[in-house]
Design a protein around this ligand. Structure first.
Ligand SMILES: [Zn+2]
Length: 68
């Protein structure tokens, strides 16, 4: 849910899940179906001083110069 990537679960593992078991799901049980896109805003920085928001990797606020 965090990266919007969709995996297909191994059939056998899926069957055990459906029966109420809690099998260990490892990487080899997963087949990539759709690569997720980066969720916008996850790395957004906000200046505490003036409230300026940016997704750039600024170290200092371009508006007021406060360290982000
Ligand atoms: Zn600022």
């Amino acid at each position: 849910s965090c990266c919007s990537t969709i995996y297909e679960l191994d059939q056998e593992v899926g069957r055990r899940l459906a029966h109420g078991e809690q099998p260990d799901i490892t990487e080899k049980d997963l087949t990539l179906v759709q690569a997720g896109r980066r969720v916008s805003g996850w790395n957004r920085k906000r200046c505490e001083n003036c409230g300026y928001e940016t997704e750039e990797d600024f170290e200092y606020c371009p508006k007021c110069g406060t360290k982000l």
